[in-house]
Design a protein around this ligand. Structure first.
Ligand SMILES: *Cc1c(COP(=O)(O)O)cnc(C)c1O
Length: 223
């Protein structure tokens, strides 16, 4: 069911062009917008054409799956930047810190576990704090009103804090969620915003996204 290599490479070119166009059309875009190509549930045959086209920033949602796919690819392409974009369990922190260059944190306990592992391993991944902007009970992320406290805690621990991340509720217009994330980041003096997926990344860029996380529009539907 995976798309042919040429289709995936063409999708990548189109998405990069749309990111550029959205940046040009934005009143106040971020200084840069990086594409994090979300390759979860896609195999190496689908990922490789994107790498061969020169793209190097990828994202995965599960530690186990990423461990099966990425160590060999990272040896082959040492400049790969791998983002963990899913919720992380504290018992997976050691493996996650060993593999990923950026990690999402959404609670104090995870921030402390991450700090302990960073001290042990000497690796220091970038951290995005996930905010549950829609306050959905089933979704990962810190409640907006508790975000300043977690940001302060991450800073106090000396984590390599980059910025904030969100996944708006599926059934709502995303713009107010992107606006809220941008506001929380500005209030905290954080300049990176990981927001926007296949269906809404152009809106996210208008609100200052520095990282858009796009899977389906590049790799096709996930089985
Ligand atoms: C799956 C996923 C994406 C990519 O979603 P698409 O709609 O396929 O572009 C982005 N961010 C997170 C956190 C995801 O889980």
């Amino acid at each position: 069911m995976s798309l042919p290599a040429e289709t995936v490479a063409e999708n990548l070119r189109r998405i990069l062009a749309r990111i550029e166009a959205a940046r040009k059309g934005a009143v106040k875009p971020a200084p840069f917008t990086s594409l994090v190509a979300i390759s979860k549930l896609h195999g190496e045959d689908t990922i490789r054409p994107v790498m061969e086209a020169g793209h190097r920033i990828f994202g995965e949602n599960r530690v186990q799956e990423a461990l099966a796919k990425w160590p060999a690819l990272k040896r082959e392409f040492p400049d790969i930047e791998l983002h963990m974009t899913g919720p992380l369990q504290t018992n997976k922190v050691r493996e996650a810190v060993g593999l990923f260059d950026a990690i999402v944190v959404d609670r104090s306990k995870l921030a402390h576990a991450l700090k302990a592992e960073i001290d042990k391993s000497g690796r220091n991944p970038l951290v995005f704090i996930q905010v549950n902007t829609g306050e959905e009970p089933q979704k990962a992320g810190i409640a907006p009103q508790d975000a300043p406290q977690l940001i302060a805690e991450a800073r106090g621990l000396g984590l390599n804090l980059a910025g904030l991340m969100c996944v708006p509720p599926f059934e709502e217009a995303p713009a107010p969620h992107f606006a809220l994330l941008a506001k929380l980041a500005a209030e905290a003096g954080l300049d990176r915003l990981s927001m926007g997926m296949s269906d809404d990344f152009e809106t996210a860029i208008r609100f200052g996204a520095t990282h858009v996380r796009i899977g389906t529009a590049i790799f096709g539907e996930r089985s």
